[in-house]
Write a new protein. Structure first.
Length: 322
């Protein structure tokens, strides 16, 4: 036991996470990773000075926060070398009048470019994509790097489930900590918040709420990103997104075998293949360890396939990345 904890401790001690894109999500993620002592962070952004400024600010916070993690800001991909995990947040954020689909062309160009440069420097890393449209960009990274499917994924399910859990907790006036929520499908309007697999303190949600209330909350969850975008007016959500990525980084670096909803490449699971889609997986040191296939009712399976069809249609519009 002691031996094991020593090994785990040293793994985290020497860990390095490269965050590509030092915008709102990237910089809050860097803060979370460094200040929870998870890993050293390299922040890379195309804008001169931006990652350097964020990194210096975070370095100055160390004396107050009392940690020794290094945060480096850079434009140079050589600094990504040796990263255990690369998180891709580079791209344009969704603004209130933009759908996620509008972003496809712009962000595909950015993500393909940054992914190939990061993969060249850190060929052994695990890749987590955050840039929208999420499932499509996660798929693109896998294609660009010809990565095995354990090693690339998209962050969305943890965020969508957190939003679903939050709205359930608000409705029932219970702690969000006691809500274990499940959301399947693409990170878009067709995502599938699953009440049957959602519990509050172990009690299945349908026993605590009417189906009308569940439908209303599920709809708010699907629109969760847009709701925040409208309030912020410029930019999109970043606190809950960065917290969700940090949970995945922690699961991988600490080899925790967490069971989380993650956008992963499907190869026949749920009758789907050739795309990344949000399903429950086990996450550990090797990345995606297991894909969990839930038993779905016909209507749920149909809804999941509808969501998959929308992601596939977008994949069909991707430029050829060779
Ligand atoms: N290389 C590196 N960085 C880039 C590149 C590039 N080619 N192109 C853009 N960036 C950087 C921008 O300079 C910016 O600092 O990506 C960063 C994106 O940050 P924000 O605009 O603040 O966006 P953010 O809110 O962090 O969202 C990032 O995550 O949730 C999704 O929809 C969201 O796709 C968006 C992404």
């Amino acid at each position: 036991m002691i031996e094991h904890s020593r090994v785990e401790h040293s793994r985290v001690e020497h860990s390095k996470v490269a965050v590509i894109g030092a915008g709102a999500v990237g910089s809050t993620l860097a803060q979370r990773i460094a200040e929870t002592n998870l890993a050293d962070v390299v922040l890379l952004d195309i804008v001169q000075g931006r990652p350097q400024g964020v990194a210096l600010d975070l370095m100055e916070a160390r004396a107050v926060e009392r940690h020794d993690r290094s945060i480096v800001g850079t434009q140079d991909y050589a600094d990504v070398a040796g990263a255990d995990i690369v998180v891709i947040t580079a791209g344009r954020p969704r603004t209130p009048n933009m759908t996620r689909d509008d972003l496809l062309g712009i962000n595909a160009g950015i993500v393909a470019k940054v992914a190939s440069q990061a993969i060249a420097q850190a060929p052994e890393a695990i890749f987590i994509t955050v840039t929208n449209p999420l499932d499509v960009m996660a798929h693109l990274v896998g294609q660009v790097g010809q990565l095995s499917r354990e090693r690339f994924m998209g962050m969305a399910g943890v965020l969508d489930a957190a939003r679903f859990a939050t709205f359930i907790a608000m409705e029932l006036n219970v702690s969000a900590v006691d809500v274990s929520a499940m959301v399947l499908g693409g990170h878009g309007d067709l995502m599938l918040p699953l009440a049957r697999y959602t519990t509050v303190g172990g009690v299945p949600l349908p026993e605590l709420m009417s189906s009308e209330t569940i439908d209303r909350i599920a709809q708010r969850t699907r629109q969760g990103g847009a709701e925040i975008g409208k309030l912020l007016k410029t930019g999109s959500a970043y606190y809950a997104p960065s917290a969700s990525v940090a949970v995945m980084v922690d699961a991988i670096l600490r080899d925790r075998h967490r069971m989380l909803p993650v956008s992963v490449a499907l190869e026949g699971e749920y009758g789907l293949q050739g795309l990344c889609l949000g399903v429950p997986v086990q996450l550990g040191a090797d990345g995606v360890e297991t894909i969990i296939e839930l038993t779905l009712m016909d209507a749920e399976m149909e809804a999941l396939h509808e969501s998959a069809a929308s992601v596939k249609a977008q994949i069909g519009k991707l430029p050829d990345v060779g």
